[in-house]
Design a protein around this ligand. Structure first.
Ligand SMILES: Nc1nc2c(c(=O)[nH]1)N[C@H]1C(S)=C(S)[C@@H](COP(=O)(O)O)O[C@H]1N2
Ligand SMILES: [Mo]
Length: 330
């Protein structure tokens, strides 16, 4: 049986105006069309995406959202299984092994949660998570996430464009960069006492990068709230940059006129630059960036796939870097 509903009858994702019954019938019609060979390739992709999207994991609270219309926001590639996306993580506050965050992040206290907005901004303040959630309509976006280590995933995120928050808080004219500061609580994050990084983990974007419609403030994934190991309760997702730019468990957003230092740049400036755009032509000093391994899909001996410029988002973001030497600004 292709159509699945959870015990509560929830079909994910459904626009709030469609009843589960209506959605069920609509999908049945589509699948019938496909079986009779009437459907074209586009329809087949649509149906398989719908079938995939139905696999809501049922582990955490639902956070439903309509599919995004933002150009480039819905890759049709196969979504990484939830189990892989939640057990193979980088979240150094909980340990440096890929399996550590899933084991250790249970101690992270995600409520109450506030995000402070400050620096060169007309409306600074402390925003409660609940208020941030309500600030704009949530969308589902299926993004590739490419780690600098050479692996990638495809994740259906739930959130809204960072630009919605930036517009609301009104940066001053001299604000040129945004710094993202994440939680660093030694009581709940066991490795914040370690010297692996200079805590808190911080990241930064140029203002136009932060305002780009693809830059996502994410509260959920796979139709549910974020698991702790993936950056609960709120994180950044910048799909055309290496994964480390996407800071998890954000507590402060600061507007500034200077390029902010970043945690990885402080740790190893020759390996991690400020821009960190996914770029197959610029190798990491210790390994190539030309190919990648898709977690959960490609076996250990499977052929690696070619890494795409800007992680495949060149049409959407290429113009942000017109005239810039991306080998120098790596
Ligand atoms: N606070 C914090 N954010 C972080 C990291 C981290 O160690 N701490 N790791 C980064 C790296 S290197 C990657 S690849 C992504 C991984 O996100 P995921 O575990 O949801 O796939 O998170 C990024 N955000
Ligand atoms: Mo990463």
């Amino acid at each position: 049986m292709l159509i699945k509903t959870n015990a509560d009858g929830f079909i994910h994702p459904v626009a709030s105006d469609i009843t589960p019954q209506a959605a069920y019938r609509r999908r049945r019609e589509m699948l019938k069309l496909m079986a009779t060979g009437v459907a074209g390739a586009a329809l087949a992709t649509w149906a398989s995406r719908e079938a995939l999207a139905l696999e809501r994991p049922g582990k955490l609270a639902a956070l439903a959202a309509a599919k995004s219309n933002a150009p480039g926001a819905m890759t049709m590639e196969k979504v990484t299984p939830y189990k892989d996306a939640t057990t193979y993580n980088n979240f150094y506050e909980f340990g440096t092994d890929k399996a550590d965050p899933a084991k250790n992040a249970g101690t992270l206290k995600t409520a109450p949660w506030t995000v402070e907005v400050d620096g060169l901004v007309k409306k600074p303040g402390k925003y409660q998570l609940e208020d941030l959630l309500k600030l704009s309509a949530q969308e589902e976006r299926v993004y590739r996430l490419r780690c600098v280590e050479g692996w990638s995933m495809v994740i259906p995120w739930v959130g809204y464009s960072m630009s919605k928050l930036i517009e609301k808080v009104e940066p001053q004219g001299n604000a040129k960069f945004v710094e993202f500061i994440t939680q660093a609580d030694p009581k709940t994050m066991p490795f914040v006492g370690s010297r692996v990084l200079d805590w808190p983990y911080t990241e930064g974007l140029r203002m136009d990068e932060a305002m780009h419609p693809l830059t996502l403030l994410a509260f959920g994934m796979y139709g549910e709230v974020l698991p702790n190991q993936n950056g609960a309760p709120v994180r950044l997702v910048v799909p055309w940059k290496y994964g480390f730019k996407s800071g998890k468990s954000l507590v402060r957003i600061r507007f500034t006129d200077r390029e902010p230092r970043t945690a990885w740049n402080k740790a190893a400036a020759n390996e991690y630059g400020f821009y960190s755009n996914v770029n197959p032509d610029v190798d990491h000093p210790r390994w190539s960036q030309a190919t990648e391994r898709r977690i959960g899909e490609d076996g250990l001996f499977a052929k690696k796939r070619k890494t795409l410029m800007f992680n495949g988002y060149e049409a959407q973001v290429g113009q942000l870097y017109a005239g810039m030497d991306l080998k120098k600004n790596f």
